[in-house]
Ligand binder design. Sequence first.
Ligand code: BGC
Length: 367
Amino acid sequence: MKKRMLAVLLASVTACSLGGCAGKKKDTVRTVKIGLTLYDQYDTFISELVSWFNASASALEEETGTAINVEVVDAAGSQTTQNEQVKSLIEKGCDVICVNLVDRTEPTTITDMAEKNDVPIIFFNRELVAEDLERWEKLYYVGADAFGSGIIEGELAAETFQSDPKYDKNGDGICQYVVLEGEAGHQDAIVRTEYSVNTLVEKGVKAEKLGYAIANWKRAQAQTKMTTLLEEYGERIELILANNDDMALGAIDALKVSELPKDEWPIIVGIDGTDVGLGAIKNGEMAGTAYNDKEGQAEAMLKLAFVLSGKDAKNGLSIDDIPLEKEKYVRLPYYRVTLDNVEEYIKKSKRKQDEGQLLTTEESEKE
Ligand code: BGC
């Protein structure tokens, strides 16, 4: 599944890099050019968000009669590369650039270039500090309410732990847990860890932290780190709080190769609701997740970019259609997903892939 998704994203990136993006209507006078630079195109959540951005661009073209050309580039973890990419996207005439910052403390080179050339920037997913966003009026941020994700994760963990005495494996009335954390310094990693644990306790669960590991959002790293945690704490672990689904899945990979029988696995909760994450809820490996609304974020970012370009042929969309806070931020909520409602999210995701596929593979290359 992951390979298929990557293939889709790469097809999109290639098509776009060659300049053949979503511009379906060659005869339309106006073309909105949007550049996107990603901190890492192999990040599962980001690749799913970009797929939906491309699909939504196609739909918006139909709706508005304005051609939309999207160019996606991958900074592959280098801020220097990303700065160069923004420079080149400006030179290519992008109306707006969406930046998934590699280093959220280093937006200055990008914002200076953008201001000098009067190209608005929409930062997304990796939030810069408020002062940096204030540096110029045409800087925006689209993301999610990180606190909400931690709270939902803590609630899901508490509800599951309290639902059956079997989860308190040693019967001591205390939930022994470990945390798998995302990148150090990422706003979501810091906030999710703090709020998930606090909520677990607020919901009446006595909790004891056995250990934690930083696995940088990555499934493979989480598997390695979880293997070490299992060697150290073994069956004492009753709960795994993962900062995202990919790391929860890495923990599951480690459990599968451990000697622990499945009915003795700890409770595992994640955040994101990626396609594979939803599958793991459906098959009972994960207790739940906080759905990170990538569709909503992609659509908000696209609409904002479209409005900021000032090229809407019908003038149908305005800045008032974007739910902006403090005139700069779009922050969307998270949603609870458990076995009870996972099918609903799987359906949404399936529809998304079918529509995304239309735009991001062969069709877009033919344009
Ligand atoms: C997502 C992670 C992702 C990270 C990338 C987070 O909001 O939950 O899955 O790896 O953003 O910046």
